[in-house]
Design a protein around this ligand. Structure first.
Ligand SMILES: NC(=O)C1=CN([C@@H]2O[C@H](COP(=O)(O)OP(=O)(O)OC[C@H]3O[C@@H](n4cnc5c(N)ncnc54)[C@H](O)[C@@H]3O)[C@@H](O)[C@H]2O)C=CC1
Ligand SMILES: O=C(O)[C@H]1O[C@H](OP(=O)(O)OP(=O)(O)OC[C@H]2O[C@@H](n3ccc(=O)[nH]c3=O)[C@H](O)[C@@H]2O)[C@H](O)[C@@H](O)[C@@H]1O
Length: 473
């Protein structure tokens, strides 16, 4: 029986391996992690990752051919194929700080593989890594190999959170990069045979290692660039009384552009877009490609602009101050159908409002209170006194909005479309403001109720129209 081990039981490792086990009953899959609490959660009835459809898949194969363990060494030693799906965050200090990918976790995984392996292995890069990482990993593995042969493959992941199960079951493509040597191609074929259990042959694409590595960074950069492009248009639409939804529709009707991923928003979040673009920028800079680096940097800068523009819009609409005013924050996750808050725009918006001394009442159907406290630095002893008094985390949306001066929609949870807005209006301070960072509400209907509404990229309410579009900070 072919044995697979995946190092890293996170948002990618857990769901990806669950699908491999589910679709390949003839393969034994072990997911290992240094975090014992994460592994305990994978072995419990309350999985560490919220993803629609994931629970059923895990329950159907856990204990059969899917195992979660902290015994990293044993499962790595036993495996034929080792996926490495550890985190690759932005470096915080040292050379390339703030841009380059931090490969500490990857390197320690590679060293462990080299130390414990006694049989030949295929090592698969699942994490998103800088181009040429495979070469560095190869060096680590072969320097300590004791005669064991390793083949490195690049197999980047394209799932999006909230739709991970569907994305994994029906991927647009599976990329496998490998060496062009006979051994390299044999390794590629072995990995192709795993995916071939459920992915049509024409969607499994083989290519060179460096192309596969760059393709992942390029795909995320292109996706984020679309959002920054439509968000740039949203600012212009507000300034000219055009409607960004209509503009996106018109532009997306061109089949060369396509309609997906053109929703204007308060800004993109998530653990990867920003870090992967910054990594791309760093790689370009290291290769002397200043103009190319600057081009991609602008995608991130526009995203920062969009988040700060949203905060300024709120403050300027509310008589230029939110001090002591209760603001309801609806949604904290970086997108709907996930409890993940990494790089969520809600953090920047909340921090902006807190700086202006607002009082926040935060509601999200999936994010835990502990997570929000952590993200807003409420546990920091230096901040606790002031911040804790300013923030209230609640489990009921009507409690969040009761007595509020303004409501900010930060995540496009479906439930926000069908709230009882008459009831919310009745129990808010008046004038009552609603700032829709995701364009999920029916603005005309809410205006009829009496709200002053701001929707990203839409013609402004008369109330807002006379205010400066982007007031000076
Ligand atoms: N989150 C997402 O939607 C996507 C993420 N990616 C990429 O996949 C990679 C993993 O991302 P996530 O799953 O979100 O990260 P994560 O942070 O959720 O999970 C990574 C896990 O690796 C574990 N780990 C770190 N070093 C280890 C070691 N030496 N031995 C054993 N376990 C170790 C950590 O404890 C953690 O549980 C990143 O490179 C990311 O860019 C790619 C596509 C989608
Ligand atoms: O490498 C990764 O981590 C993944 O990053 C993204 O997936 P993810 O971040 O999970 O979610 P997206 O659906 O891409 O949304 C990212 C952010 O953009 C925002 N967004 C998305 C689409 C849109 O039209 N407008 C918009 O503001 C979302 O609300 C969210 O904050 C990519 O879509 C995945 O293909 C990739 O594998």
């Amino acid at each position: 029986m072919l044995k697979i081990c995946c190092i890293g039981a996170g948002y990618v490792g857990g769901p990806t391996m669950a699908i491999v086990a589910y679709k390949c009953p003839d393969i034994q899959v072990a997911v290992v992690d240094i975090s014992s609490s994460r592994i305990a959660a994978w072995n419990s009835s309350s999985l560490p990752v919220f993803e629609p459809g994931l629970d059923d898949i895990v329950m159907s194969c856990r204990g059969r051919n899917l195992f979660f363990s902290t015994d990293v060494e044993k499962h790595v030693a036993d495996a034929d194929i080792i996926f490495v799906s550890v985190n690759t965050p932005t470096k915080r200090q040292g050379l390339g700080a703030g841009k380059a990918a931090d490969l500490t976790y990857w390197e320690s995984a590679a060293r462990l593989i080299a130390d414990v392996s006694t049989s030949d292995k295929i090592v698969v890069e699942k994490s998103t890594v800088p181009v040429k990482t495979a070469e560095a990993i190869e060096r680590i593995l072969t320097h300590n190999s004791n005669g064991v042969r390793f083949q490195i493959l690049s197999n980047p992941e394209f799932l999006a959170e909230g739709t991970a199960i569907n994305d994994l079951l029906h991927p647009d493509r599976v990329l496998i990069g490998g060496r062009s040597t006979p051994e390299g191609q044999a390794a590629v074929n072995t990995l192709v045979s795993v995916y071939a259990h459920w992915v049509p042959a024409d969607r499994i694409i083989s290519m060179g290692l460096w192309s596969a590595e760059i393709s992942k960074l390029a795909a995320n950069a292109f996706l984020a660039q679309r959002i920054s492009s439509i968000n740039a248009m949203s600012a212009l639409c507000e300034a000219t009384s055009a409607d960004v939804t209509q503009v996106a529709y018109a532009v997306g009707k061109d089949s060369r552009v396509g309609h997906r991923f053109l929703n204007a928003s308060v800004g993109y979040g998530g653990s990867c877009f920003q870090k992967d673009i910054l990594n791309l920028v760093y790689i370009c800079e290291c290769n002397g490609l200043t103009e190319v680096a600057n081009y991609w940097k602008q995608v991130v800068q526009l995203n920062d602009y969009q988040k700060s523009r949203f905060v300024k819009r709120i403050v300027s609409s509310m008589f230029n101050t939110v001090a002591q005013k209760k603001m309801a924050i609806l949604g904290f996750a970086f997108k709907k159908d996930t409890g993940d808050t990494r790089e969520t725009p809600a953090i920047d918006v909340c921090q902006g409002l807190l700086r202006d001394n607002a009082h926040l009442s935060i509601y999200d159907p999936q994010v835990t209170e502990e997570q929000i406290r952590h993200d807003l630095d409420m546990d920091n002893p230096d901040e606790t006194h002031g911040r804790s008094k300013q923030i209230n985390i609640v489990s009921d949306v009507y409690e969040a909005t009761e007595g509020a001066h303004g409501v900010c929609i930060m995540t496009e949870w479906d439930e926000f479309k069908t709230l009882d807005y008459e009831r919310i209006f009745k129990h808010m301070q008046h004038p009552s403001f609603i700032f829709d960072g995701r364009n999920v509400i029916d603005a005309d209907r809410l205006r009829k109720i009496g709200f002053i509404v701001y929707s990203i990229g839409k013609p402004l309410d008369p109330w807002l129209r006379d205010l400066p579009a982007v007031p000076p900070s």
